[in-house]
Design a binder for this molecule. Sequence first.
Ligand code: PLP
Length: 411
Amino acid sequence: MSKINENFNKLQSGYLFATTAKKVGAFSAANPDKKVIKMSIGDATQPLAPAVIAAIKKAADEMGTLEGFRGYGPDFGYDFLREVIAENDFKARGVDISADEIFISDSAKCDTGNIQELFSTDLTIAVLDPVYPTYVDTNVMAGRTGDYNPARGNFDGIIYMPASAENGFKPALPKEVPGLIYLCYPNNPTGTTLSKSELSTWVDYAKKNGSLILFDAAYEAYISHADIPHSIYEIEGAKDVAIEFRSFSKTAGFTGTRCAFTVIPKGLTAKDASGNDVSLHGLWGRRMSTKFNGVPYIIQRAAEACYSPEGKVQLKQTIDYYMNNAKILREGLTAAGISCYGGVDAPYIWIKTPGDFGSWDFFDYLLANTAVAGTPGVGFGNAGEGYLRLTAFNTTENTLEAVARIQKLKF
Ligand code: PLP
């Protein structure tokens, strides 16, 4: 008889995006004349950069020749890609990360979800609240949490670290020491960031308490301020306590193209049951070579092209385009009397719902009155109640129109 992993029964259904999609669908069906502006899902909308397309075509042509054909690639990615990443994303920022500490993968969602396999199920995890749901759900699946607590609206056995306007979206260090701390900066969903000195307090905490930080930097390319770290390894001592995740999804519009990477310093360790230090680089390598067969050669060449001089300029133009949308949203909504956070070093705008509106009420109200669809903040965690997320991943025309529609409302 086959049996399921009971931990899957603890999961809450994909309530958030399923419910918003259902509501948007019902609204569109009832109002066929109204154009819905979807600012809910964080997906790239602008075309791939010409340098990336050229690299894809060139690599495809190579694959069509006897000499250029490639089969299975190296387990952890081609050296040509690992080297340009080490050079441009780390060494150029004064960070000592070498190519062999970089593992090329197809997804930061997969990597942030799979990394927990390296760790004991006895460990307690700490997450920001609101949070990117993958971190929580993958730990639930692994049995590292208790049950869902309906009264509290989250899982037993997880340390939730609330981030709201009251604490400036800067959660306090946990009192109960977690084994693993998930941090995401620039943050999805709040669009807020930590300065170098603020991130240092987390690194110091992890060092002092023996915790490990899982740092998701999927949105680092959106940082515009000099004092905001792009990598946790810009912080002294972080190589001893942190793993970092990056993705080409939002940096280069690779959401449908698929390439990402994870950085695990060679000296980073965790304890085994006998108290010995075990290399996490070694464990992740073992896992990768067992469960993953690499990103296509053509796509790794496409990712490499992001670091060419033309590629860099073209990527920056697209990021500037999205960040101009973010500015339009922030300024337009602020002028309409709505408090907004984020949207300066991240492509997300975190709106404080006006008056007594709860997250879902405001979502419904906006949809009904402006045909603009956001994402209710409470869907990302309890501390997201009273907030709504809008994304800058849209056209400027739609962004301007959404702002104009919202500005006509009275709160
Ligand atoms: N990490 C965060 C915080 C994200 O918001 C996302 C995508 O929305 C990802 C990771 C996923 O990245 P990828 O497309 O590489 O799986």
